[in-house]
Design a protein around this ligand. Structure first.
Ligand code: MN3
Length: 198
């Protein structure tokens, strides 16, 4: 059975950027719903339980058509959100260091250049979706709960949820204010770990 992982911090600890009310709703209700529907999908196709979630998402066309869309949406939702909670920290913000910082600067001219480009792409997502930093330093966006894995790409180093459910309670329609505040809680230690492990 898939389960929602506990937050690595308290609901209220990202408060200046993301309120406890949003975190409770987003983690306890939205993520739980993805997990429940993913479990229902694999109950309907039990052979899928033999494979790790990453394997399912990387090769959606190998799945029975009857559950493919459910795994795409809800498996993607579970995968993305399980990472998203870790990509934020009450001690977050600041800038990456070392080789990661060097590669960001090599590609985007400066850390601020990267922030600006990632922000622009995040704001360009029409409707619901995500923005990603990839190990090759590309910045991508996906719709809905799609992940880069589904496009045959590497697992992302960093991702930002720009669904309205991620910010509307605090920011109403002001996605730009949400993205701006989010940089203050980005857990660069986690990004660094994923970069080093790639
Ligand atoms: Mn979300």
């Amino acid at each position: 059975m898939y389960t929602v992982p506990n937050l690595p911090y308290d609901y209220d600890q990202l408060g200046a950027a993301i309120s406890g009310d949003i975190m409770r709703l987003h983690h306890d209700k939205h993520h739980q719903a993805y997990v429940d529907k993913l479990n229902a999908a694999v109950d309907a196709a039990p052979a899928l339980r033999e494979r790790p979630l990453e394997s399912l998402l990387t090769d959606l066309t190998s799945l029975p058509e009857s559950v493919r869309m459910a795994v795409r949406n809800h498996g993607g939702g579970h995968y993305n959100h399980s990472l998203f909670w870790q990509w934020m920290s009450p001690n977050g913000g600041g800038e990456p260091t070392g080789e990661l910082a060097a590669q960001i600067v090599a590609r985007y001219g400066s850390f601020q250049g990267f922030v600006d480009e990632f922000t622009t792409k995040s704001l360009s997502v029409f409707g619901s979706g995500w923005a990603w930093l990839q190990p090759n330093m590309d910045i991508l966006t996906t719709a809905n709960q799609d992940t880069p894995l589904m496009q045959g790409l590497d697992a992302p180093l960093l991702g930002l949820d720009v669904w309205e459910h991620a910010y509307y309670l605090d920011y109403k329609n002001k996605r730009d204010d949400y993205v701006k505040a989010w940089w203050d809680v980005v857990n660069w230690d986690m990004v660094q770990e994923r970069f080093s492990a790639k």
